[in-house]
Design a protein. Structure first.
Length: 184
């Protein structure tokens, strides 16, 4: 039986380097690990308790919750927008945190990685994503990190899937996340 990891990408842009990083994770997932790249974060309305009513949860949010509940772990890919987490990723975490104490993230192993144009690779946003996921009830792997700086230059002519250093870093993250999920 393989470990199922759900990948959420905090950038909606088609050419996003974080999406490309997620594609590299899917392609290079080690044996025994299956990574599903989630599509549909753009369709999820901003979290609003008035919308989060049993039997009337918006379809896009209900689908995210269901797919997350079926996964063994989550791998979040976060760019850095103005020094913090992108709204689309924070919104997903908010929906997954409910109902309080019983949300789809509760106890679920989560790792956060990403790339950004800046010199630190988006570490502030990734730290914020870890914080939000932890508060939402996830079992965040605080010491499992991968921040790739200079994405615009680094990935101008090379897709992350073909960058040996990136693939090695992703593989290590996925192996640690997978082994944590398998042990849970």
């Amino acid at each position: 039986m393989s470990v199922r990891i759900l990948a959420l990408v905090g950038s909606l842009r088609a050419g996003s380097h974080n999406r490309q990083l997620a594609e590299a994770a899917v392609k290079h997932a080690p044996a025994g690990v299956e990574i599903e790249l989630y599509e549909g974060l753009a369709e999820i309305p901003f979290y609003n308790e008035d919308l989060d009513v049993e039997g009337a949860v918006p379809e896009a949010a209900a689908r995210l919750r269901a797919v997350t509940a079926e996964a063994d772990a989550l791998l979040l890919f976060s760019p850095e927008y103005n020094g913090t987490i992108p709204a689309v990723l924070k919104n997903a975490i908010d929906w997954l945190s409910r109902p309080h104490g019983q949300g789809a993230l509760t106890g679920k192993p989560v790792a956060v990685v990403g790339t950004s144009y800046g010199q630190y690779g988006g570490v502030w946003a990734q730290d914020e994503a870890r914080k939000a996921a932890r508060i939402a009830g996830a079992a965040v792997l605080e010491d499992v990190k991968l921040s790739i700086p200079g994405s615009v230059v680094r990935f101008a002519e090379t897709h992350p899937v073909d960058d040996a250093e990136v693939v090695a870093g992703l593989t290590e993250v996925i192996e640690r996340l997978g082994s944590t999920a398998a042990a849970a």
